[in-house]
Ligand binder design. Sequence first.
Ligand SMILES: [Zn+2]
Length: 59
Amino acid sequence: MDLYVGDIITMKKKHPCGSQEWEILRTGADFKLKCCGCGHLIMVPRKLVEKSIREIRRA
Ligand SMILES: [Zn+2]
């Protein structure tokens, strides 16, 4: 799966703030994601990101 910094991904699970969209800030073994709803930052293993992606939007 090709994922790049700046991509907006839609996850299957909703963040508590109600948003399902995350912006990729860093790729690698662990991804750094920013919630598009509240700006919350998380680190997620790549495997988990790939498993829970529903849609990718690229600018
Ligand atoms: Zn959020």
